[in-house]
Design a protein around this ligand. Structure first.
Ligand SMILES: [Zn+2]
Length: 835
């Protein structure tokens, strides 16, 4: 199948919004047919300027009939993923009866068959411009409408949509009309889903997952409901408008492209969020954060929606900020800001320092394809960090009061950055235009360094020096904490004082309060993580880190130190060998599992790309030792024990030990070698060439499940075997029948630093084959696969040259171009570090 991406331009959207006002979509789907299509019977009621012409997004497999205001529409009007209409009346009724295709790429109406029980599951995901794959629609965020949905499906199914169920008669479901929502927010799940229901504060709650996950959903429902209730309460404390969409349903769907999506009344998550094996508290925190993030969207995005995709950040930055905030304030995961500082901000920083960087709020996004490219660490993490800085500057009361005024002014409508800034300026009495210009309209990041001169044991002068990168000379005002940490005789590291500092945009801010003050062992800029900046420690503090970090009691302070340390390695300022040594010293005494996981993950990524073939084995061995030591000091039931085991499995070359664990020998107490840990071990054995196809097949035979099938795909792709690589590559680049998730898992296993000789031919093939892959797969899934299949571990000038050649190709797919540019920029850094 060739995927037609019906890109909508901003100019088209503006023009269409001036012509059309949509009242209602009555969508009647018949999901009972066999084959690759379903029937979509849709009535669209809309007003228009009389006599005008316009179009709807529409990608039918086959049209049975179409009428506009009772008169037949020529089937030729539906072409190129659009339905062109002319001669509109003031009040219009379009009725279309068509067959539409199911999808396997996570966009449109995705169909999945569970390999364990053969059950079929559907979910509808229309973002960013896929509404035409299910119904004819005016698919742009500012043409909101009421959705009234009816579904015919097998009688033993469960069907849920944004609207509440009105009637159910055997295989026929009818749902209440929704509030006015954007097309990209209309959703649906259908299939023999397992259901758990609840209620909170007058709001009906429901959870859905595949039948195969029923026992796990039942076991995890109390925790999910607990997070949901607490988050709802916290949002109700902060916001004057109550949750506006009736029921609050959360569905866990197979092969979902995102972590989750905020459809009003029915959030859909990827169903990996209902794990069947043991997980860490960091995994649970991640799920809690996503629950709160999607709930934040009910106000930011769903109730008040951006007018066009250039204000995508209004959705994502706020949801990211509020997700972390509500998780920290309302749930047991009170260290959620530590996770944000370590993990999420690193994502934003990486994206912001690449040549493809863009402002948090770009002034113009020309079309939907460009909008999709902005769905990155800048729109999410940098935007959220910038909001955190805004709150530090305005104060919480003014911030929340501005948000509330914004919601009240634009409920069920659309709004822009200017509208929001107006509301915040009004509530705070401050002019925010200068702030918005430097923080939202200009790309890239500043670096803050402490410059210290001493007078004996005291500071003579401490200054914060702010710099900006070439080509982006903007300096910014930063409100930050500066922490002075001392190490006492017994080794404990304690905070002596934290200064609240306004760093101005002059480039050098002297902290006069510190003149004559006894020097601290560690002077930490951005302590409390209030601003968005790269932080570099002064030389003495940096030298003390290996001694101090393990004893620093505040997890957020540790996260700021770790983030600065990792970032210096990313930039090639510090060698990866030094980082690995620090990990060996600090990891075994780290108390926060989120820090453990992130340090292991980030360090592992750096070792794989920054250490050459001569130095990588030793670095990996030290990483395995660090994990092993942590394993030895943690007890049963401690999440860090599982995190350490995962880190050890991923880094070790001790295949005998791994085989022992598979056989149940010498397994650390309390560590369950359950289904997914078994697969993780088998995956490592596959990478090392110590497990063959027969063993993978045997494991799969004992685990005929969605997860088993995905793990097997990754394991097969990971084997250092020419035939296995050839088969995996053919699947990744050419098999359109393979679902998004199976293609991703295959790509995730393909490149291994251990196998560079074997993989050498595929470096060139990546650049030759990816344009075709982009043609046969959909937008988001294609982007994921292109990124995962990139030869990131083949760090060489030759790879960079091949990337440059591809980027010079005229008419190269925009999404592929961005993926290659970004991966190539990362490789440039790795080469510098190796040099
Ligand atoms: Zn979001």
């Amino acid at each position: 199948m060739i995927v037609v991406m019906p890109t909508l331009t901003r100019a088209e959207a503006v023009e269409r919004a001036s012509l059309v006002d949509v009242e209602e979509y009555h969508v009647d789907l018949d999901l009972t047919g066999s084959g690759d299509t379903f029937r979509s019977l849709v009535t669209v009621r809309f007003r228009a300027r009389a006599g005008a012409a316009t179009f709807l997004e529409f990608e039918p497999a086959e049209v049975a009939s179409m009428t506009l205001n009772g008169a037949p529409v020529d089937p030729a009007a539906a072409t190129g993923a659009r339905l062109e209409l002319t001669g509109l009346a003031e009040e219009n009724t379009l009725v279309v009866d068509a067959l539409m295709r199911y999808s396997n790429d996570g966009e449109g109406l995705h169909r999945y068959t569970d390999p364990g029980d053969g059950n079929t599951y559907l979910y509808q995901h229309l973002f960013i411009n896929n509404a035409g794959r299910v119904l004819p629609s005016f698919d742009q965020p500012d043409l909101k409408a009421v959705f009234r949905v009816a579904v015919t499906a097998p009688a033993d199914w469960v069907v849920a949509t944004n609207g509440e169920l009105v009637s159910r008669d055997g295989g026929r479901w009818e749902f209440a009309p929704t509030k006015r929502i954007s097309t990209y927010l209309a959703s649906l799940v259908a299939g023999p889903y397992h259901v758990v229901t609840g209620e909170h504060d007058g709001i009906p709650l429901a959870l859905y997952a595949r039948a195969a996950l029923a026992e796990h959903l039942d076991a995890q429902a109390p925790e999910i409901f607990e997070i949901t209730r607490r988050s709802l309460d916290r949002f109700h404390e902060m916001f004057r408008i109550r949750y506006p969409f009736g029921h609050y349903q959360q569905a866990f769907a197979p092969e979902f492209n995102f972590g989750a999506m905020e459809y009003p009344g029915i959030v859909v998550f990827r169903d990996e969020m209902i794990p069947r094996s043991a997980v860490t508290d960091a995994d649970r925190e991640r799920r809690a954060n996503i629950i709160a993030h999607e709930m934040a969207h009910m106000w930011f995005g769903d109730l008040v929606t951006m007018a066009w995709w250039d204000d995508l950040w209004l959705n994502e930055s706020f949801a990211e900020y509020l997700g972390s905030r509500v998780t920290a304030e309302a749930t047991r995961f009170t260290d959620a800001w530590t996770t944000f500082a370590m993990q999420r901000k690193a994502w934003g920083l990486r994206a912001d320092q690449r040549p493809s960087t863009h402002p948090v709020a770009p002034s113009v996004v020309d079309d939907t394809e460009q909008a999709l490219l902005n769905f990155d660490g800048i729109s999410y993490a940098k935007g959220a960090a910038v909001l955190k800085q805004l709150v530090a500057w305005l104060g919480d009361e003014a911030f929340l009061s501005g948000l509330n005024a914004h919601f009240e002014a634009h409920a069920y409508g659309n709004a822009t950055l200017a509208d929001l800034l107006g509301a915040l300026s009004e509530s705070s009495g401050r002019d925010l235009s200068g702030w918005a210009e430097v923080w939202l309209r200009r790309a890239q990041v500043n670096t803050l360094r402490a410059e210290i001169t001493r007078d004996g044991a005291s500071y003579a002068e401490v200054a914060v020096v702010q710099t900006a990168p070439d080509g982006h000379p903007t300096l910014r005002p930063h409100r930050i904490g500066v922490g002075l940490y001392d190490r006492s005789a017994d080794g404990a590291v304690t905070l002596r004082q934290r200064l609240d500092v306004e760093v101005d945009a002059s480039g050098r801010t002297v902290l006069s309060a510190l003149a004559g003050v006894p020097a601290a062992d560690l002077l930490l800029l951005n302590d409390g993580d209030l601003t968005y900046a790269k932080v570099r420690l002064d030389d003495e503090s940096a030298a003390a880190v290996p001694l101090l970090l393990p004893r620093l009691g505040d997890s957020l302070a540790r996260a700021v130190v770790w983030a600065a340390t990792l970032d210096a390695v990313v930039d090639g300022e510090r060698p990866v060998a030094e980082l690995v040594t620090l990990v060996l010293a600090a990891l075994p005494v780290e108390t926060e599992v989120v820090v453990v996981e992130d340090v292991l993950r980030a360090t592992r990524g750096l070792v794989d790309r920054y250490a050459g073939p001569e130095t990588r084995p030793a670095a990996l061995e030290l990483l395995a030792q660090a994990a092993d030591r942590l394993l030895a000091v943690t007890g049963p039931g401690d999440s860090r024990r599982l995190a350490a085991a995962r880190g050890l499995i991923g880094a070790t070359v001790d295949t005998a030990r791994l085989r022992g664990w598979l056989a149940g020998e010498d397994v650390p107490d309390g560590l369950a070698v359950d289904a997914d840990l078994r697969w993780l071990i088998l995956y490592r054995l596959s990478v090392l060439g110590a497990a063959g196809a027969a063993e993978i097949d045997a494991e799969l035979a004992g685990d005929r499940s969605a997860a088993g099938e995905q793990w097997a795909a990754a394991c097969r792709a990971a084997r250092p075997d020419a035939e296995a690589k050839e088969a995996a590559w053919a699947a990744i680049v050419g098999d359109a029948e393979l679902s998004n998730r199976l293609a991703e898992r295959t790509a995730s296993g393909f490149w291994q630093p251990e196998q560079l000789d074997l993989l050498e031919p595929y470096v060139k093939r990546y650049f030759a084959d990816m344009p075709e892959m982009m043609r046969i797969r959909g937008g988001m899934s294609a982007e994921h696969i292109a990124a995962m299949a990139y030869p990131s571990v083949a760090v060489s000038e030759r790879t960079r040259q091949l990337a440059a050649d591809l980027l010079a190709t005229p008419g190269l797919n925009q999404i592929l171009s961005r993926v290659v540019q970004d991966a190539d920029d990362d490789m440039g850094r790795a080469l510098i570090a190796r040099g």
